[in-house]
Design a binder for this molecule. Structure first.
Ligand code: FES
Ligand code: FES
Length: 225
């Protein structure tokens, strides 16, 4: 721009900067300036705490994931419930987060501890390893469905009697497994009960008392059958 054509209202310095900007060579579809700005933003994202980065990822993924749901009707502790669930929701999360049945515990969430044990059509299952959407029409029984305060299942009463727990976190899973064992063909020895219950881990180490409780109820149920 010649000195003659310059707008006198515009300071000379700005005119000089604009001229320098116009000389920037494009880098792909970026200019040098926008490329550096975006590189800086990427650097900030890379050094952000993992939780912030994860939150950003989840936020980005959330809308499409939320849109896709499946209607499923489950019979939970004898009561039919129809829910819209995302296909990726485990039965454990469905029970705890959607139905507020928090007696079923999440320990490992990987099928290794047994804290999440429930009964599906009478058989014990780790509810963290199965999707809620797979159980259309199935009968699901949780710890809330086998007994309540004042009306305990004999296995719950035996756990109380034998101190079969300390912190109690594993206990609902232990009891659900123990109730299932009553209908399974295990031998009568300690080692048989230990093996039958080996999928249920107790970090407090209450195993001798758990075995005693199971023996008591098995003995009682055998006598009464
Ligand atoms: S939470 Fe399901 S097996 Fe541990
Ligand atoms: S009672 Fe604490 S983990 Fe079993």
């Amino acid at each position: 721009m010649s000195e003659q054509n310059r707008d006198p209202a515009v300071p000379e310095k700005i005119v000089t900067d604009e001229t320098e900007q116009s000389k920037e060579k494009p880098f792909g579809h970026f200019t040098r300036r926008t490329f550096i700005a975006q590189l800086g933003a990427a650097g900030i994202a890379a050094t952000a705490t993992p939780s912030l980065a994860a939150a950003a990822t989840q936020e980005a993924a959330a809308p499409s994931a939320r849109e896709e749901t499946i209607a499923v009707t489950l019979s939970i502790n004898g009561k039919k419930q129809t829910l819209n669930v995302e296909p990726r929701v485990t039965l454990l999360d469905c029970l705890r987060e959607r139905l507020n049945l928090t007696g079923t515990k999440k320990g490992c969430d990987h099928g290794q501890c047994g804290a999440c044990t429930v009964h599906i059509n009478g058989r014990r299952v780790n509810s963290c390893l199965t999707f809620a959407a797979m159980h259309e029409g199935d009968e699901i029984t949780t710890i809330e469905g086998i007994g309540q305060p004042g009306n305990l299942h004999p296995m719950q009463a035996a756990f109380v009697e034998h101190d079969g727990y300390q912190c109690g976190y594993c206990t609902s899973g232990q009891i659900m497994s123990a109730v299932a064992v009553l209908k399974e063909p295990w031998g009568p020895e300690d080692k048989d009960v230990r093996e039958a219950m080996s999928g249920n881990i107790c970090r407090c180490g209450a195993y001798p008392n758990i075995v005693a409780a199971v023996h008591q109820v098995r003995g009682n149920s055998q006598k009464s059958s």
